[in-house]
Design a protein around this ligand. Structure first.
Ligand code: T4K
Length: 400
């Protein structure tokens, strides 16, 4: 019998700088008595992020959702936007808040991002843009989406909420598409408590986004457009500045955790590991998704999820239910029945991963999963054949 963890092991847990460092930063904020509205620390964080992302076209926000809403508004997008059903609901909400109609198309089964073939098939005269998501930080099919967007004169936006720190062929992911949105929420690889960032190709948006996030103020007496309030404050910027200097270290710890899970879970039948990142990708190990094959594991995904809770392992089902299945989006257009997204959403489980998670704890989580499987009466652990089942999965999904 394996003992439950004494304290909950959550799916995510914020990285934190030392309390001394943070307190020193707070003292500076106290001295300046400048708490928000483009303060010194927000400006410094922006400069550091410009160096990190390799683009000066970069704007900071109070969170990722407002950043995306402002991006869509600032770019003047209307009509339909082709997007993914397999995401956090904020992606879709941002379209809805701009009175844009989301058109859902299916995902590819390997990394769960928009399937470019489906995207192209769904384009109509009303389509103004593609909004794709780098799910779990794995880059979308960048080249294909770029080609489709160019061919049809569409804007290409990425919800890169999960993808901070990712590079493709040495280029920061922030430089792809017309625009990318990053979330700096506490649960992300890099965070500023809450926070968000837009990076974009066209420098004309710099000024526009500044207006939109600050009530449309030009100066004390002039308002040039109806803006909102979405500014990053100094406490957020302080957290961001302190964590940014530890990015490589934090990603390396996550890589080691991911590797340990891979080694251990490869031995558990019914746990399918997501494909490794491509060689050209510097991945950030933002999440630890696995797919559950209920026949091989002897339990459904939900049974495993609840069993793990008994051991104080609080895995999450990101992203289940699918966005189009939420009551507020049920009436919306989808290109088809979204078989792949539906299949993945019914099998997905994201296991705990954060930079301070000890490898011993990862081992224990894997012991628990193995134990749960054995208890379910499916015999001893053997090599996991479910690892190479991408095409099987797609086929099965298409048939369902
Ligand atoms: N687009 C995508 C694709 C996104 O994933 C997100 C956000 C957005 C857009 C919007 O970006 P933001 O506006 O958030 O910047 C969490 C996060 O709140 C959310 O940022 C994130 N995606 C989403 C995937 O996860 P919840 O409601 O599941 O969070 P919660 O409170 O259940 O926490 C998740 C886990 O983290 C729990 O196991 C507890 C742990 N936790 C959480 C917090 C807040 C901690 O240990 N400490 C903490 O301070 O949404």
């Amino acid at each position: 019998m394996i003992k439950p963890f004494d304290k909950p092991i959550t799916a995510a847990r914020p990285a934190l700088p030392s309390l001394e460092e943070f307190t020193r930063g707070l003292e500076g904020i106290w001295e300046r008595a400048w708490l928000t509205n483009n303060g010194e620390l927000a400006q410094r964080l922006r400069d550091d992020l410009i160096a990190f992302c390799g683009t000066r076209n970069l704007s900071l926000f109070v969170n990722g959702t407002l950043a995306l809403q402002i991006a869509l508004q600032g770019m003047g997008l209307t009509g339909d936007v082709i997007t993914t059903p397999y995401t956090f609901v904020a992606t879709t909400h941002s379209l809805f808040w701009n009175k844009i109609r989301p058109v859902f198309v299916d995902i590819e089964p390997e990394y769960y991002s928009l399937d470019p073939t489906q995207v192209e098939a769904a384009i109509t005269p009303w389509t103004s843009a593609i909004l794709a998501v780098h799910v779990y930080g794995q880059p979308c099919r960048l080249k294909q989406l770029e080609q489709i967007a160019r061919k049809h004169g569409l804007k290409l936006l990425y919800d890169a909420a999960h993808a901070f720190g990712v590079k493709v062929e040495g280029t920061p992911i922030a430089q792809f598409g017309d625009l990318s949105m990053f979330s700096f929420h506490a649960t992300k690889v890099f965070h500023s408590i809450e926070g968000g960032m837009l990076t974009f190709q066209d420098s004309k948006y710099l000024r526009l986004f500044d207006y939109l996030k600050n009530f449309g103020f030009e100066n004390e007496t002039e308002v040039v457009m109806p803006g909102t309030n979405a500014k990053m404050n100094e406490f957020q910027a302080l957290m961001g500045l302190l964590l940014l200097s530890h990015m490589d270290e934090m990603i390396e710890k996550r890589r080691a955790i991911n590797e340990r899970y891979r080694e251990r879970l490869a031995l558990v039948p019914g746990i399918r590991l997501v494909s490794r990142p491509l060689e050209t990708v510097r991945y950030n190990y933002a999440y630890m998704p696995v797919e559950v094959d209920e026949v091989e594991l002897g339990l459904t995904r939900d049974q495993l999820y609840f069993k793990l809770r008994e051991y104080n392992v609080l895995a999450r089902r990101y992203f289940y239910p699918l966005v189009p299945d939420f009551p507020c989006y049920r009436g919306l257009v989808a290109s088809d029945k979204l078989p792949v997204a539906r299949c993945v959403a019914s099998r997905i489980l994201t296991l705990p991963i954060y930079s301070d998670l000890a490898l011993d704890d990862v081992d224990r989580i894997c012991d628990i999963i193995e134990h749960i499987h054995l208890e379910a009466g499916k015999g001893p652990a053997t090599t996991n054949q479910a690892q190479q089942t991408d095409s099987e999965l797609a086929l099965r999904a298409a048939q369902s």
